[in-house]
Write a new protein. Structure first.
Length: 151
């Protein structure tokens, strides 16, 4: 039985991701770090969706400690394409191997880059650990909603 734990599955995008994962895994455990008691003993993978502009590293570090204790070796971190920054010398198109260098005035992007770095450092501590980073981006269209899409 494949079980995955998802931290921070509230919100429109995150709840859709959580719902989609129920189609892929036998069991999905959704929790809000710091609010819910959670045991990761039966979990094979952890997906960290808890991202926000005002977040800090405490939740992620706590989650990584729990994952280490439960000997979980697979982690997915949902970040943002904003970690690449809006720089005039960025390649077009921008590829996945581009350097992560968020604009310093974008607190959200800086926090996401820090979260990515923290997760990758966790993986480096054990050769059996795997980290996957997903970097969704806003889509601009006539029907887009949200600040970036509407802009």
């Amino acid at each position: 039985m494949a079980t995955v734990a998802i931290s921070g599955a509230e919100g429109a995008l995150r709840s859709r991701i959580s719902e989609a994962l129920t189609q892929l895994f036998d069991q999905v455990i959704s929790f809000t770090f710091g609010l819910d008691e959670v045991s990761l003993t039966e979990v094979e993978s952890v997906i960290h969706l808890a991202f926000s502009e005002d977040s800090d590293q405490r939740n992620l570090i706590g989650l990584l400690e729990l994952a280490s204790e439960a000997e979980i070796s697979r982690l997915v971190v949902v970040s943002s394409a904003m970690v690449y920054g809006a720089w005039p010398n960025n390649s077009v198109p921008l590829s996945e191997d581009a350097a992560v260098r968020p604009n310093p005035e974008s607190t959200f992007a800086v926090h996401q880059a820090d979260a990515e770095r923290t997760a990758l450092e966790w993986a480096d501590l054990n050769p059996d650990r795997q980290v996957t980073i997903l970097r969704p981006t806003a889509v601009a269209s006539p029907n887009a909603s949200g600040l970036i899409g509407e802009a």
